[in-house]
Ligand binder design. Structure first.
Ligand code: IVH
Length: 718
């Protein structure tokens, strides 16, 4: 068994490297998932063979104290990352860097680069070699390896002391947990950049916007923010990536930076294939020009080029200034910007009530597109720039998707201009705006009667991933709202084709199609109904978890904030938002009308898979290696059992995981209730292979709520 586990771990690490670093997978995703599942099952059955470096740990465990890196960086003597002290901000332990993490001097012109080379070459007769690299626009990381194993990962922090983010970093698949190679030093650090690929960034922002959360301004902020999440499994889903660009250690056998990068590649690290050795200023300039063109087609953000002296001996001779080395410099690409004029400002109200200032500009060409509108973020930003209508403004497109105003050309300010005032009342409905403590945005609190919020909410309700009702675009919805035909999603269920067909651009055929789509939406599963309501912060994934956990709208509505926060993936902020939504009498009235219209308010009765647990009352406690608690609860029901929240005299089985609640444990012992573990439970339900290799929480939740309904006969759930 042990040898099979070891073989699987090695195989999976190799395929991981092939996939994430070499970009040339040898096996299919399904085969990879199957091997991963086999390993996870074996590891669950043999906890004594646990290894924190196992590839199964990539999905992230949210348990603290589960081994290496949790507040202790492995704790091995002589660890290259030096000492740890507890209690830094944000819940991460603080780590002192063995070698400080320096920053680079920035330059913005070829002349500056030429000056740098002149300074480097001033007191040497050698022909100096330089290594040119991409300057990745992410967040710096320092990784510690000890005997070939990842033992720690720390953020840059203030350069001297950073945060221990080992558990989060372990989920990043392009970072090797174990290294290979005969020439591995016993201990060393390697530095690089954690980044969020553009595709992952766009997906994340779309999800956040949909859930009513603020979007990240750029991939750099998204990467840094993700790395500081408190839940490694949430980090795992963010799709972070990494490039390494600097090896540090005592007595390493390399004479040059490029040799050390070659070795790092051999050991299994992802080093950029765009790194080049240059032997003259001309070659450096050519590299910069080529990269400036190349970067637009890269799947991640870069903001310049880093030029480093190749020889370590020369690096040592050159030394450093107070904060940056004299042997390296960053050439930053100019942010693409253009001068335009601010014609007017609109304050638009989104479906969550957030009021966003949007600038109307004189059209201007920027980075290949015509820009007419730009984001102005919020009131603070407007005040900071002292923006006025008529101003000549600089518009920039950096890593950001939407261009933004970054400055005012004061010399061109018209004589009579007035400071822009952020409205105090909602531009759409007139309600007094509120500003939530600690948030930069203003909100219109008039949720149920503010037209753009109503339109936005109905548009969200009918959207494809929610109720999936075709034919109702925002314009049509706005007409329905304006004509008094709809003011809540519940009104859609009493619309007749005759109400719709007279509306502009809607003939009889499309009117009938909409009515049919509305009728069909009654079959949409409960989780999607929950998502469709548009409760702030309740995105698709959260809705699925909520549906799997509470099963019915009534149970959800009856849950306290504490009970809500007890569901998987639901934090205090989400719990409070759900509670607030479900405490509002107007929302409750809408829900009653939706219930009366026949929408699904219960997670569908799942087809029974067996009667193995028929008549048995089961209490679950603790956390489990192979399944989430919600999955286990779903399995209890699928096999005829009943989940009990608390131990009682009629409890038949106590399914115990890790870290069982002491009170529950004592009560179960006192009542002499039979204890079983996860393995025994799986045996009981006769499901020898309860996995299909889907490992992310997201997919598990999907399985818990929708797969079961769609494939009741499939027999395999998760
Ligand atoms: S070398 C002393 N190489 O830029 C050398 N840094 O301003 C320090 N960065 O904190 C770093 N790409 O986060 C280096 N190829 C690269 C880089 C790079 C991005 C970032 C890094 C660092 C910052 C320095």
């Amino acid at each position: 068994m042990e040898s099979r586990i070891r073989a699987l771990r090695e195989q999976l690490s190799r395929h991981n490297h092939k996939y994430y670093i070499d970009n040339s997978p040898e096996i299919s995703d399904a085969e990879f998932d199957r091997l991963m599942r086999e390993l996870a099952d074996l590891e669950a059955a043999h906890p004594e063979l646990d290894d924190p470096l196992s590839p199964t740990r990539r999905v992230g465990s949210d348990l603290t104290g589960d081994g290496v890196g949790t507040g202790g960086n492995g704790g091995s003597a002589g660890d290259v990352s030096g000492g740890f002290t507890a209690g830094s901000g944000g819940g991460f332990a603080s780590v002192v860097h063995r070698w400080p993490m320096l920053s680079l001097a920035n330059t913005y012109s070829m002349e500056d680069v030429a000056d740098f080379c002149r300074r480097v070459e001033a007191d040497t007769d050698e022909n100096v070699e330089y290594v040119c690299e991409l300057k990745f626009d992410g967040t710096a990381i320092s990784l510690s390896y000890h005997n070939g194993a990842l033992t720690g990962a720390a953020t840059r922090g203030d350069g001297v002391r950073g945060d221990d983010v080992t558990d989060n970093v372990r989920t990043i698949r392009s970072i090797p947990l174990k290294l290979s190679g005969g020439d591995l030093p016993a201990s060393f650090e390697i530095r690089g950049e954690i980044l969020m690929p553009l595709a992952a960034f766009e997906r994340l922002n779309a999800e956040r916007t949909e859930a009513g959360e603020a979007a990240f301004a750029n991939p750099r902020n998204a990467a840094a923010g993700s790395l500081k999440l408190q839940s490694p499994s949430a980090v795992a889903r963010r799709g972070l990536d990494a490039f390494l660009y600097g090896v540090a250690g005592d007595g390493l056998p390399f004479a040059t930076h490029s040799e050390s990068l070659d070795a790092a590649r051999r050991w299994g690290f992802r080093v950029s294939e765009h790194t080049r050795t240059c032997r003259s200023l001309d070659e450096i300039n050519a590299y910069i020009a080529k990269t400036d063109a190349l970067r637009h087609s890269l799947p991640y953000a870069t903001d310049g080029v880093v030029i480093k002296v190749n020889s370590f001996a020369l690096q040592r001779r050159l030394g450093m200034t107070a904060k940056s080395p004299r042997w390296a410099v960053a050439y930053k690409f100019a942010a693409e910007r253009a001068l335009s004029r601010l014609k007017s400002v609109e304050f638009s109200v989104g479906r969550t009530g957030a009021v966003t200032p949007v600038a109307n500009l004189e059209p201007v060409q920027l980075a290949g597109t015509t820009v007419r509108r730009a984001s102005m973020h919020n009131a603070d930003q407007i005040a900071l720039l002292d923006l006025r209508v008529g101003d000549a403004v600089w518009v920039e497109k950096g890593g950001e998707i939407i261009p933004k105003i970054t400055g005012v050309e004061l010399s061109e300010r018209p004589a009579e201009s007035a400071t822009l005032q952020f409205p105090t009342t909602c531009p759409a409905c007139g309600a007094a705006l509120v500003r939530i403590e600690g948030e930069a945005r203003h909100y219109c609190p008039n949720q149920n009667h503010c037209p753009p919020q109503i339109v936005g909410r109905i548009a969200h309700f009918v959207s494809r991933r929610a109720m999936d009702i075709d034919g109702l675009g925002e314009e049509t919805i706005a007409l329905l709202v304006a004509q008094g035909l709809a003011s809540t999603p519940a009104d859609l269920y009493s619309l007749r084709a005759a109400d719709l067909s007279p509306l502009p651009r809607l003939g009889e055929k499309s009117a009938a199609g909409i009515v049919e789509g509305v009728a069909r939406s009654r079959r949409v599963p409960f989780a999607r109904v929950l998502f469709a309501l548009g409760i702030r912060f309740v995105g698709e994934t959260t809705a699925r978890y909520l549906a799997a956990h509470f099963r019915t709208m009534d149970a959800l509505a009856a849950a306290s904030v504490e009970e809500l926060a007890g569901a998987e993936e639901v934090g205090a902020k989400i719990a409070a938002s759900i509670r607030e939504y479900l405490s509002d009498p107007e929302n409750l009235a809408i829900l009653e009308r939706l219930r009366a219209a026949g929408l699904r308010f219960e997670a569908e009765e799942t087809a029974r898979l067996s009667d193995a647990l028929a008549g048995k009352n089961i209490v679950l406690s603790g956390s489990f290696a192979g399944h989430s608690r919600d999955e286990l609860k779903a399995l209890v029901e699928l096999h005829g059992g009943k989940n009990q929240a608390a131990v009682a005299a009629n409890t038949d089985l106590f399914l115990a995981g890790d870290k069982v609640g002491p009170a529950k444990l004592a009560k179960a012992r006192k009542l002499n209730i039979e204890f079983i573990d996860e393995e025994r439970f799986i045996e009981l339900i006769g499901d020898k292979n309860p996995g299909d290799g889907e490992t992310t929480g997201d997919k598990k939740a999907a399985a818990a709520d929708s797969k079961i309904e769609k494939n009741p006969s499939q027999g395999r759930l998760f």
